[in-house]
Design a protein around this ligand. Structure first.
Ligand code: FPP
Length: 250
């Protein structure tokens, strides 16, 4: 059963209304392995299809007018995977930069990295550095890729910076506010996170943007990442538009 109010809201929202458009959408792209397994394919085929989904979803996000998209491409825990899979994922990253960077740059999109990509093999790390440098002056939307990223590590690094300033006397502990902590994080300067999507039916944050997600709307879908497309993103954004955000108020 649909409650009358929800029905009325749905009628009023046939497509994504401007007022309901999230500025910043983050995605935990999960389910590549299961997608491949269901087709009796090797895991790398799932990751390849996942990279294809990244291309499509970025185009869709751009079309919708989303200002910032953050993708969880490689977590600091993903190093536990077999060497071959890490090498496949690194290869896909490099291929993605080779094939997509011109379009990203020509679309006036700025690439930013959160986490520490210098842990990847030197050629991959250098390609990422060059891509970030090439797009640094772009003023349109922002594509943030989380590479070797873990939210707890990001917070620990930020807090260490503040602790060092307290220790050398340049910072009064009373001046430590949520804004000051946010400014130490890899995401400093990005729009507040509005919508966090996780694909493949898992319902956890897996050490992704824990601080930033404080007031984000969470959206979980059974769709496996390689099957996530423009229609799926539009559905997630429409669902966001129907949410009532109160930030602790009434
Ligand atoms: C999770 O699926 C996905 C990843 C760990 C990697 C995400 C990588 C891509 C989408 C491809 C390359 C990315 C870019 C930016 C070009 P899983 O392997 O954990 O799936 P499973 O839980 O079904 O095994």
């Amino acid at each position: 059963m649909i409650f009358p109010r929800a029905r009325a809201q749905r009628k009023a929202l046939p497509s994504v209304p401007d007022h309901g458009l999230p500025r910043h959408v983050a995605i935990i792209m999960d389910g590549n392995g299961r997608w491949a397994k269901a087709r009796r394919l090797p895991r790398v085929a799932g990751h390849r299809a996942g990279a294809e989904a990244v291309r499509k979803v970025l185009r869709a996000a751009n079309k919708l007018g989303i200002e910032c998209v953050t993708l969880y491409a490689f977590s600091s825990e993903n190093w536990k995977r077999p060497e071959e899979e890490i090498s496949d994922l690194t290869g896909l990253m490099k291929q993605f930069i080779r094939s997509e960077l011109d379009e990203i740059h020509n679309g006036n999109i700025r690439l930013r990295i959160i986490g520490d990509h210098h842990a990847f093999e030197p050629e991959a790390a250098k390609m990422v550095d060059e891509a970030v440098a090439r797009t640094a002056g772009n003023t349109g939307s922002t594509l943030v890729v989380a590479l070797n990223y873990g939210s707890q590590d990001e917070l620990a690094r930020g807090i260490r910076k503040l602790a060092a300033q307290v220790a050398d006397g340049s910072l009064d502990p009373a001046a430590i506010t949520p804004d000051l902590i946010g400014a130490q994080l890899d995401t400093a300067g990005l729009p507040p996170l509005d919508l966090l999507i996780r694909t493949s039916g898992e319902q956890r944050l897996s050490n992704f943007l824990l601080w930033q997600a404080a007031y984000a709307e969470l959206y979980f879908t059974e769709t496996l990442w390689p099957d996530f497309d423009e229609a799926a993103l539009t559905e997630a954004v429409n669902c966001f538009a129907r949410r009532e955000r109160r930030y602790g108020g009434l």
